[in-house]
Ligand binder design. Structure first.
Ligand code: FES
Ligand code: FE
Length: 449
């Protein structure tokens, strides 16, 4: 019913990639938000969990596909499944805990009982009140499709979606590969969750925004909290663009420096990263080139797996930007630690990360306030008619392709990443199904951008 209000022409007119102007209603309109739930979240691959979060049969956690709540659970057979958390009787949420271990899921309303694979196995009064006539086989929990890459599980409600591998493409796989570049990881206990009163896309597009760092985060810099001088002052940026809106934006390692790293053995790289602690994340082991591509391995940016999985540049934090209406976003922060690290080292990473992003993070407190005010003015009758300006760097850079098929742009700090996000957004929103999206979405550009 929402599609009726917005046809292809009106949706495409909301963002002009040629001029970089975005209509602010994209950040505040309720009917656009409802259409996003249908055409972006229900249709895309949504991050559910990392395999380390569900170690044993019966381990489960709650996640979301848009506003559909999902129980992600490891079954008795070891398989991870995504079950919609809605009882097939009268819709009650079966599982109320955010995570735990269960033998089955019993509904708190009338007591229907579901196995870990979603099958309905028990109905009170089945032979008396239902006269033995209830067909339990037709009342299993609804399932979402679920697939994994490098231990990261994603789910979609779209039967016609491409495989997760194809959906991620080179850029999405490089983004997840960045996290695993230094070896196997696990998610630390305790996902931090908080709500910011901003549109989810502002929280997403900010990750490509390296222009705000010296201004928004000046206080963190003054306090000596982070050595952001290195981030602030190279004025260069490497942006990788992928199919369906995936992108990675941030500093890049100059090719000459990477050539020097490439000439080293893994042992020499290890030695070098111990000698230069702040450079350690950029001195990646040889295997990282296979995960990220020969040019992608030079990227030090934050990846976004479209629509809403944000990975930080360090590969030690990840954040889901979950939509909660046009004006609210729930942020779920995960800390990632090397699986093989000793407990004290893991604790140290967690302690450090808690001070960067998440509710107690100095950087996020700077960011959140700006996002919230930008969202608020997108609702004002007069202020929403003024566009959002995303024109930085338009027409000044060259998009190239690496030998691994990775698309990248190197140049000054720019808004290529943001433009790519909103271009993808109009394509997702105006396609009625996956066939139309596949036929009409933009391939990453080459040449002048
Ligand atoms: Fe779940 Fe009735 S709503 S048993
Ligand atoms: Fe920031």
């Amino acid at each position: 019913q929402h599609a009726a209000a917005w046809d292809r022409a009106t949706l495409t007119a909301l963002f002009d990639p040629e001029t970089g102007w975005l209509d602010r209603r994209v950040l505040s309109d309720e009917s656009l938000y409802q259409l996003e739930l249908e055409r972006i979240f229900a249709r895309g691959w949504n991050f559910m969990c990392h395999e380390s979060q569900l170690k044993a049969p019966g381990d489960y956690l709650i996640s979301y596909i848009g506003e559909d709540q999902v129980i992600v659970v490891r079954g008795a057979d070891g398989e991870i499944r995504a079950l919609l958390n809605t009882c097939r009787h009268r819709g009650n949420a079966l599982c109320r805990a955010e995570q735990g271990r269960a033998k089955s899921f019993v509904c708190s309303y009338h007591g229907w009982n579901y196995a870990l694979d979603g099958e309905l196995i028990g109905v009170p009064g089945q032979s008396t009140f239902y006269h033995g006539e209830l067909d339990k086989s037709r009342l299993s929990l609804a399932k979402a499709r679920i697939e994994s890459h490098l231990g990261f599980y994603f789910a979609t409600l779209a039967e016609d979606a491409p495989s997760l591998h194809d959906y991620l493409g080179v850029t999405g796989r490089a983004g997840l590969g960045m996290i695993c570049a230094h070896g196997e990881i696990e998610v630390a206990e305790g996902v931090q969750k908080n709500i910011i009163d901003c549109n989810w896309k502002i929280a997403v597009d900010n990750l490509f925004d390296w222009y705000h760092v010296p201004y928004s985060h000046a206080s963190a810099n003054t306090a000596g909290f982070l050595d952001i001088a290195r981030i602030q002052f190279p004025k260069d940026q490497m942006v990788m663009l992928g199919e369906y809106g995936h992108a990675i934006g941030g500093p890049g390692i100059p090719r000459a420096a990477q050539d020097q790293i490439n000439a080293l053995t893994d042992a020499q790289r290890m030695e070098l990263s111990h000698a230069q602690a702040d450079m350690a994340p950029r001195i990646r082991p040889r295997a990282a080139t296979d995960l990220m591509g020969p040019e992608g391995v030079r990227s030090e940016g934050h990846p976004n797996i479209f629509p809403n999985l944000w990975v930080t540049i360090s590969g030690t934090q990840m954040c889901l930007r979950l939509p909660r209406g046009p004006s609210h976003t729930e942020l779920w922060w995960y800390t990632l630690v090397p699986k093989a690290a000793p407990p004290e080292a893991k604790r140290e990473i967690i302690r450090r990360m808690n001070h960067v992003f998440g509710p107690a993070g100095l950087l996020e407190q700077d960011d959140g306030e700006n996002w919230s005010q930008s969202t608020r003015s997108s609702r004002g009758v007069a202020s929403r008619t003024l566009g959002h300006n995303l024109q930085m760097g338009l027409g000044h850079d060259e998009a190239k392709v690496g030998a691994g098929g990775e698309h990248y742009i190197e140049g000054l700090i720019s808004e290529h990443g943001q433009r790519w996000l909103y271009r993808a957004w109009t394509e997702w929103m105006s396609a009625r199904d996956w066939a139309e999206l596949k036929a009409n979405h933009s391939a990453p550009p080459t040449g002048r951008v």
